[in-house]
Design a protein around this ligand. Structure first.
Ligand SMILES: [Zn+2]
Length: 176
């Protein structure tokens, strides 16, 4: 199981996958001349992602990252596992299977304990899931180990016309 940091456009972005890939390559966030994901990190990745604490791999200069861009025709929810306890809004009953709600994000959920219902957006996901059409996934990053820098968030906003948020979830990488 590998964890990842996901960045996502918070409203419909003006950039598509190709334009975003070109931007990330231009700023050396990903290495240049790569045609398909997973992308290798570029020389400037550390300028855009701020690592917190003292990861041993980081100290040895052995950070091995994969970068993937996910683009969807329709708004899609990713994420679902959290290091925090997630609770239904209102009743505060614990959400035992947040992944199920993410998978069926366009349907109302129902609390199995008290039966009240609501929408995906009503839940305080505590940076563990989000809905978007455009995501950038950076693995391996453990929850709260790293955050995007203001510089990166500003660049993405300028490029896409949307503000960007982030969350931590299981990596989509198949071979970990
Ligand atoms: Zn409840």
């Amino acid at each position: 199981m590998t964890d990842a940091l996901y960045l996502y456009a918070q409203s419909v972005p003006a950039s598509d996958l190709a334009e975003l890939t070109a931007l990330l390559s231009e700023i050396d966030f990903i290495g240049s001349n790569q045609l398909a994901a997973p992308f290798l990190p570029g020389a400037e990745l550390m300028e855009y992602i701020t690592f917190l604490g003292c990861s041993p791999a980081l100290q040895r200069g052995e950070i091995k990252s994969d970068i993937r861009i996910h683009e969807f025709q329709q708004p899609t929810a990713l994420g679902g596992e959290s290091i925090h306890t997630l609770r239904f809004p209102g009743c505060k009953h614990v959400i035992e299977q947040p992944g199920e709600i993410v998978q069926h994000f366009n349907q109302p959920w129902q609390c199995p304990v008290c039966g009240h219902t609501g929408r995906f957006e009503d839940i305080q996901w505590r940076k563990s899931a989000a809905i978007s059409t455009l995501f950038i996934e950076i693995s391996e990053i453990f929850p709260k180990e790293a955050v995007p820098s203001d510089k990166l968030l500003e660049l993405l906003q300028k490029h896409s016309g949307s503000s960007w948020g982030w969350f931590y979830a299981r990596s989509s990488a198949p071979n970990h």
